[in-house]
Design a protein around this ligand. Sequence first.
Ligand code: PMP
Length: 442
Amino acid sequence: MTSRILHRGRTAPPVARGGKGPWLHLADGREILDASGGAAVSCLGHGHPAVVAAVQAQVGALEYAHTGFFTNEPAERLAEMLVGHEPGGLSHAYFVSGGSEAMEAALKLARQHFLEAGQPQRTRFIARRQSYHGNTLGALAAGGNAARRAPYAPLLADSFSHVSPAFPYRGMRDGEDEAGYVARLAEELEAEFQRLGPQNVAAFVAETVVGATAGCVPPPAGYFRAVRAICDRHGALLILDEVMSGMGRTGTLHAWEQEGVAPDIQAIAKGLGGGYQPIGAILMNERVLAPIMAGSGAFAHGHTYLSHPVACAAALAVQEAIAKDGLLERVRTLGARLEAGLTERFGNHRHVGDIRGRGLFQAIELVEDRATRRPFDPARKLNLRIKEEALARGLAVYPGGGTADGVAGDHILLAPPYTATEAEIDLIVARLGEAVDAALAA
Ligand code: PMP
């Protein structure tokens, strides 16, 4: 059968027809262990009965009502659940249809905040190299993934500048300790504020734990406290992108809870709805909203599918399952097992340079030479070969890196569902081990 869909490659990938827990059932009869939930989306796995039932009930009760006229119950309940009892003072939610839309909204909300606060000159955003914030033009401009940006460079807003990522494996110098590394990154950020004029900076934008571009990189201790202090000193907002790392993936509902800071605006998506519906959101604090509510009274932004009732009902059911079934605790337990399994399997592997991550968000980075940390030649496309070898062994993993900028090596990202069993976690490690060795031998 020829496909009329514009796929990612010349040929159509296999057809996925069903799924149960971490398993995907293909139309050709194969069963695939879904170890990354796509790109860290399927936090409850596939076919979760309570979420399926919630979606079915909501689509029967109310499928859609435009937010220009109405609000709806699932959206209100989801907002209450997400920000009603926040540790970090986040007070309001704004529901969109995915991660890129969330990041667009975050950037525009920051801009409007300063316009209405009487600081219209704050038009600059500082983000980081090797970051990914989405594929729409605004979010792509914020991102620092050189390969993804390159074809669209002439179309991207130039109000974004990029500083070094917090990436200990590749960024820390010989003899430098973590505190020294953090101090150096903070100095660089401070210098960028000074270069732009601190009064011109609207926000600093970062993924709390870096996802797709570098592969599950947690920040060094104290990094976000240093960043928060710099933003506060200069009156800029802190926007954290937890589209991939948020909603329990790292073992706390928000990854920033482990950093001792809270953002002013936060983007979430993927694990929010667990893939049962397309949904993303921004969460924000009162400080961000205050001048807008005292001024125009409305966020000057919007989409047709804001607060979509079925999407919000799905996300509400996902988040209720996470809370009711104690799944954050489970992420911490299973995450430790996954990390230990990867360390046992790859800790002495001559081509695995780094094993890193947090909770059920773990990656291995492949290097040609462990001593020098030299990545493989990107032309070898090692990460894609591993993906293929894994798929041939009934395992889906998320490949990345190996780009021509050579900064992040090939890596494989794992993000299994919070509902996986111990045996399934062990099977992921075993199959990945075989796939890595097969790809290297090819
Ligand atoms: N931010 C981050 C950190 C992401 O990982 C992604 C998706 N990989 C996005 C934003 C964009 O989300 P979406 O693909 O849902 O638009």
